[in-house]
Design a protein around this ligand. Sequence first.
Ligand code: SF4
Ligand code: SF4
Length: 359
Amino acid sequence: MVMSAAAYLPAPKLGEWLKELSVRHLVLAPQARGDAVVFAPYAEGGEIVLDRDATMPPKQAVFPATEELLRFRRVKDPEDPGRVDVELSASQPAPKTVVFGARPCGTRGFLAYDRVYRSPKTTDPYYAARRDATLFVTVACTAPGNSCFCHWVGSGPDDASGSDLLLTPVTGGFVVLAVSGRGDELLGSPLLEPAGDRTAEAEKVLAAVRAALPPAPDISGARDGLTAVFDDMGFWDEVSAKCVSCGACTYLCPTCYCFNITDEGDGLAGRRLRTWDNCMSFQFTLEASGHNPRPTKAHRLRNRVGHKFSYYPALHEGAVACCGCGRCVRGCPVSVDIREIVLAAIVRAARAREETAHD
Ligand code: SF4
Ligand code: SF4
């Protein structure tokens, strides 16, 4: 993490600062929509919700739920009616965006995306354009919930590795820390004051939050454990028994990045759309022949948990595809808990090893 500069933003100036940022950027900030908190365009005077984590992570800023990739139109040659050309027009450019007010876990999700969509081998131009156009101003988490487990996966309530600026609440306002070169550029506002002693206060606030977290279990055996129980369908039937295959866990997850592509139009003209997909759905792997390699919810949950803690780390130097935000735990209507599944797999695999050793 590059820490280059810190400033202080008095809380009463927050609205003015967001208004200032809005001159050059689309500013997305957490706002209440019914019982939910979602990232929506900030309008002057709008009420920002910072006292709880957003229901939805800010992934839509870079990976919209539905995104137009291109438009197409078939054009007949009047001189040669048998000849039809297809005209393509590019999608709209990515707007310059500031995502304000996410917790660090929500923005760290994009690090999992980057390894897939912006890797040395492959770059998804739509993703890369939005990613490059988006700045993240996160707020350190000072009240982790009981479903949060960022510290299990090597992170923490002030892990700014996915942020450009990190704000820490202190008396009367926020200490604003630049953690990237792009974040540095946002510190030029006349509304910001020198941080002075407030940096030490911010450090104390963060140390207290870290100290209050319950101890994290060792999940370094997750990859081997999940591999060991891969064929144990009794295990997967058990842990998926109450799942109703609603897909909420995937849509709420800041690290789930599967998509589908469809064309819509009248056959002569239309647009190509990319939309989020959901591996907990029966249709996700349904093949045209009718065969489905993941025919039961047990197979599908095995894939979701296995992908995050086993297959993805195998491909990406041990990095897990879970930032421990706990959204899937909070959002699941029947409280399927990914933490319990990972721990259970580790225990089951260890028991199997012991039994084999005693045979
Ligand atoms: S799997 Fe659950 S806890 Fe992990 S990043 Fe996704 S929603 Fe958050
Ligand atoms: S949110 Fe819960 S019930 Fe819905 S698909 Fe995910 S695990 Fe199953």
